[in-house]
Design a protein around this ligand. Sequence first.
Ligand SMILES: [Zn+2]
Length: 303
Amino acid sequence: MKSRQLLFAVGAALALGTRPAVAQLKVVTSTTDLYDIARSVGGNLITANHIGEGYQDPHFIEAKPSFVLQLRNADVWAFVGLDLEIGWMPLLLDGARNPKIKFGGPGYLDVSKAMPVLDVPQGNVDRSQGDVHPLGNPHYWLDPENGRRIARLFKAKFSELDRAHEADYDRNEKAFEARLNAAEKEWQPQLAVMRGKPVIAYHTSWRYFAEYTGVKIVAFMEPKPGVPPSPSHVFEVIKDAKAAGAKVVMQEPFYERKMSDLVAQQLGGTVLVEPASVGGVKGVDDYIALMKHDIDALAAALK
Ligand SMILES: [Zn+2]
């Protein structure tokens, strides 16, 4: 830009009371859920991108070269942790060669460090058996209390890296919590329907959701997280589900339905395909909408 044009642009920005865009923190997240909460807290003070899409299995994302370019310029790299991204994150971070977001850098944000983690294995874990949750269950965002923890973590990190806007991040974070609190009040009738009801889940991704809603997961379609159901395991699932009176099988859109359909048929029940992330199905465009969608759908199925 020529200097006269630059002066004009600065003058116009000042006249409009806008801040020059160059000061924005560049945030990249691994999932759409972290992305949405980061945007709620960062507002127009950040730019944000996410690597995975809500309709993809977050354990298995393809490491595309375009992601390396995003990470090369990032100020913050926020990820779920607990080895959820182990299959692709090291490759992208190595390629990005950005010291700000490498382990130990100011922008390296392992969100799991701020979470109470379920299903932490006792003793040694044998990864050769295919367990994709060797450090504990990484699907913590499906409990609104953890949604608040994520928001507070972003507030702390953005404030640390951009002191000048501490008050803005604080205000945005409080507004997010207020919206979430109000939404939770509206969910009470649905939560009352769900409490104590038995369900079957495909992956242990629904553990935090079950803790929050009070539904009781009596069997998982996968014998271990990440291991597809075998016929002998499915036989056990049907037995346990019958004993508990469960009739609904919950699963994400990206899992095979065949075995779940078989179980539901045996139980005279239904398969409920629910998104576990923002963008997992059309219309579920933000974190609160995701929680509402999943609660409404399961409550309706359990009525
Ligand atoms: Zn998982």
